[in-house]
Design a protein around this ligand. Structure first.
Ligand code: PLP
Length: 355
């Protein structure tokens, strides 16, 4: 037995690391990134700001100014507290770390894999209640039964859901918030692509918090997520947050980007238009079933047994998407391309025709 085997927890040794596909030289449509870079003028202005930014000191530990800007940009109710994280991934981890051992995290399946992974990191139980296979909606009787039986400390709901792209029914989520014995985290990572949000409902529930990120709006490289909710929860989470978790360059750069939010809103609109165009072409041309999406990706189902062929074929044509078949029975024959620029999408469609 090696030393690592002796001391590393068994559940960690059995875990596979979160895998990121090698995208070198490929058109990258696998990770829900905004495909647009910043206009030249903006990059020059940004570089000037960075030139006058000093990194010899630690960052503002509370990122106060950035927090205020985010409150305005994301319409966070004034009486709610805000916690910033190094990506919303870190916030999921912070929440899980505050829970006592033996407690349970509940989510739906398929959904964002970090809920399950972080539960494992922190030695917590995880329950994933399957969505309804036909339309990926919440299976309410199963959800309510799981809540009753497992008494989860936290429920994570991705709204819209990754990787299915749909919004759950808002009234059903309200029923779950009311039935939950603990906290409900509504993860609004895809907020830029939908009107729906629970942000304005924070005041109505003691046990609701809303999580956001700047990643999907076009700042994935900066790593910044936030949690909005009642002080009673957030002040406890804040104790577990490592000091200086949001670095100086992220604070300065996000503040700069938010001043130019109109540009990101335009990019987001262009992505939504392309999404609708792709969706209808996927359904017309390839015998795929492409599911409606409120996000910047499209879940599609290929004819039986053909997902692998399309995934590999696209890769041979220089295009990387995400293969979901094999990850969950509900995602049989499923692929998930992220919406790219019109040029990237055209290349994907051409490649699919060739395949
Ligand atoms: C992408 C994604 C996140 C992660 O966001 P980061 O802020 O980049 O860590 C969280 N939740 C869902 C549902 C996502 O799809």
């Amino acid at each position: 037995m090696t030393q690592a085997n002796r001391w590393i927890r068994e559940e960690i040794r059995h875990l596979s690391a979160y895998s990121v596909q090698d995208a070198k030289g490929l058109i990258k449509l696998d990770a829900m990134e905004n495909p647009y870079t910043w206009p030249e003028t903006l990059r020059v202005e940004w570089a000037e700001q960075l030139q006058n930014t000093h990194v010899n000191r630690y960052p503002d530990p509370h990122a106060t100014e950035l927090g205020e800007q985010l409150r305005a940009a994301m319409a966070i109710p004034p009486d709610m507290a805000v916690l910033l994280g190094n990506g919303s991934d870190e916030i999921i981890q912070i929440i899980a770390m505050t829970l006592g051992s033996g407690h349970t995290i509940l989510s739906v399946e398929p959904s964002f894999v970090m809920y399950r992974m972080v539960a494992t990191f922190c030695g917590l139980e995880y329950v994933g209640v399957p969505l309804k296979p036909e339309d990926f909606s919440l299976d309410m009787p199963a959800m309510l039964q799981a809540i009753e039986q497992r008494q989860p400390a936290v429920i994570f709901l991705s709204y819209p859901n990754n990787p299915t792209g749909n919004l759950f029914n808002a009234e059903e989520i309200q029923i779950l918030i009311e039935a939950a014995p603990g906290l409900v985290v509504v993860d609004e990572a895809y907020a830029p692509f939908t009107q729906a949000s629970f942000m304005s409902q924070l005041g109505q529930y003691d046990n609701l918090v809303v999580m956001r990120t700047v990643s999907k709006m076009g700042l994935a490289g900066l790593r910044l997520g936030l949690l909005a909710g009642r002080e009673a929860w957030l002040k406890e989470f804040d104790k577990v947050r490592l000091p200086y978790n949001v670095n100086t360059l992220t604070q300065v750069s996000t503040r700069f980007a938010l001043k130019h939010k109109a540009i990101f809103d335009q990019q987001t609109q262009a992505i939504c238009q392309e999404r609708e165009r792709l969706l209808s072409l996927f359904n017309q041309l390839f015998g795929f079933k492409a599911f409606p999406s409120q996000t910047n990706f499209i879940l599609l189902r290929t004819p039986d047994g053909e997902a692998e062929k399309y995934f590999n074929g696209l890769k041979d044509h220089g295009i990387l998407i995400k293969k979901l078949c094999g990850s969950h029975p509900i995602l049989r024959n499923c692929l998930r391309p992220t919406v790219g620029t019109p040029e990237e999408n055209a290349a994907m469609l051409q490649a699919l025709l060739a395949i």
